[in-house]
Design a protein around this ligand. Structure first.
Ligand SMILES: Nc1ncnc2c1ncn2[C@@H]1O[C@H](COP(=O)(O)OP(=O)(O)OP(=O)(O)O)[C@@H](O)[C@H]1O
Ligand SMILES: [Mg+2]
Length: 459
């Protein structure tokens, strides 16, 4: 359920509960007031009638009193008037109808609890020769009840209308509040992903929510500024590095050809030293190439030279080129290629070769001497997967997510002279080809780096 709907629902339920409580209190008060005023009037009338009966009884005018009472009953709309002597015997009784005559009086029952629609009130009086007796006056209360019912119906109508109004108002209020918060949530969520495109939200009021929005605006602007500054710095650093590395290439080529020349004419004793020199210069050149290639790949708009690439031939050539280096460390490099030539992939052969070179170089470098390295190729569902497995220490699971980052070194052992760019370059190249690269475990132990590219449709 969306936040604004949830808010609206909560507000409406609370609004309705408050309205219902008001309605119940009002019902109770109206009924109380209605019965209290009716009781008061009945009491006054009963006292007056009782006083009249007492007067007439004391003077012995009981006969004329009967006729008098009959007219009082008619005019006042009473049900009956009856008098009882000190022994409880009826000495006088006048009724508005035969029903009133035959009913049992119940003077102790309150006006609210009367079950037959008549309320009886009893007054003790001195009745002359009849001693101290009682006068009982009975009132019709159906009309009062009907009036109460009509009032109830009216207040239910009012109540229902106010229910609807309150619920509507609460719903609108809840929706408004919920929408204000909802408008902020996606902006907050997206801020860390794209701080560069941060746009402030309008905040006019001074309430807590406006303060939250203002704080968010400050945070976003600060983050945007910092991100820009960091990106500028990174760009500057990359440019500087690319320039430096580029300038390193020429002297390195000179050194490399010089070393090769000197190695040819060197004595047997110096040959080993020159061999080491050649290897070091080779490594240095590879690093320089990686850095240059990475900055080229990162440059926007730099396009690849796409052509069909036979990955099996690429794997074969790579394994052959690394044979000597692997042998120097006592590693055995083997190939596992499908019998049927797999379809080619569309890609930049130079860059894909660099990926394979880097993976193989890593396997050779990071596996203790005497290891086993396997390059295998699979073709499944028009996806070509190439993997390089070794029998080295493997990559710890917690490092796998970050290992493709440039210069990543946390928890990882780096060889002297390595910079930490190889895997970053591999990932960039594979992603630019629309493929994926990942790390797994080799059997029985070791690292398995593999990348997958879509097979060319033309093949
Ligand atoms: N096959 C592997 N076995 C064990 N660890 C590996 C393997 N491949 C890479 N690593 C670890 O990952 C780190 C990063 O590799 P990456 O190729 O990016 O950099 P590098 O080899 O250290 O330097 P560079 O390739 O730039 O010369 C390495 O330093 C190493 O610790
Ligand atoms: Mg490497």
């Amino acid at each position: 359920m969306r936040l604004n709907h949830r808010f609206a629902l909560i507000f409406s339920v609370f609004g309705l509960a408050i309205a219902a409580a008001f309605q119940i209190i009002q019902f109770r008060d109206v009924h109380r007031a209605g019965y209290a005023s009716a009781r008061g009037m009945a009491d006054v009338t009963a006292s007056a009638v009782a006083a009249l009966v007492s007067d007439e009884a004391r003077q012995g005018h009981m006969a004329s009193l009967s006729a008098h009472l009959q007219s009082i009953i008619r005019e006042a709309g009473l049900a009956s008037v009856a008098a009882f002597d000190s022994h409880g015997r009826r000495i006088l009784g006048r009724y508005d109808s035969p029903t009133s005559l035959h009913r049992r009086l119940h003077p102790g029952v309150s006006i609210e609890d009367s079950s037959d629609g008549i309320y009886d009130l009893e007054k003790p009086e001195y009745l002359g020769r009849y001693g101290y007796g009682k006068v009982c006056v009975s009132y019709h209360i159906e009309a009062l009840r009907a009036r109460m019912k009509a009032m109830d119906a009216q207040s239910i109508r009012f109540g229902a209308m106010s229910f609807i109004a309150i619920a509507l108002l609460a719903w609108l209020l809840g929706t408004f509040l919920g929408m204000r918060i909802e408008s902020l949530v996606p902006r907050l969520e997206h801020l860390p992903d794209d701080p560069e495109n941060f746009r402030p939200i309008r905040a006019t009021g001074k309430d807590e929510f406006s303060r939250v929005v203002a704080a968010f605006n400050r945070l976003g602007s600060r983050l945007k500024e910092e991100t820009r500054r960091r990106l500028d710095l990174e760009e500057e650093r990359d440019d500087l590095m690319a320039m430096l590395v580029h300038d390193l290439k020429t002297p390195l080529t000179v050194i490399s050809s010089g070393v090769a020349l000197l190695e040819e004419s060197a004595s047997q004793a110096n040959k080993r030293t020159f061999g080491l020199l050649r290897l070091s210069v080779g490594r240095l050149r590879r690093m320089v190439e990686d850095i240059l290639q990475l900055s080229r790949l990162e440059a926007v708009g730099e396009s690849l030279e796409i052509a069909p690439v036979d990955m099996a031939s690429l794997a074969r050539a790579c394994a052959k080129d690394f044979e000597i280096i692997a042998a120097e460390k006592g590693h055995a490099v083997s190939l596992d290629l499908p019998e049927k030539a797999p379809p080619a992939v569309m890609g930049d052969s130079v860059l894909l070769r660099r990926v394979l070179d880097n993976l193989l170089y890593n396997a050779i470098e990071h596996t203790p001497p005497g290891g086993k390295i396997l390059i295998s190729l699979e073709n499944r569902k028009d996806l070509i997967t190439l993997s390089v497995s070794d029998s080295g220490p493997g990559i710890p699971k917690e490092a796998r997510a970050d290992i493709f980052r440039k210069f990543y070194s946390k928890e990882m052992k780096r060889h002297v002279g390595n910079v930490g760019l190889g895997l970053a370059l591999c990932e960039k190249v594979i992603l630019r080809h629309g493929g994926t690269i990942a790390i797994g475990d080799a059997v029985p132990h070791g690292a398995r780096f593999y990348f997958t590219l879509p097979a060319s449709k033309a093949a």
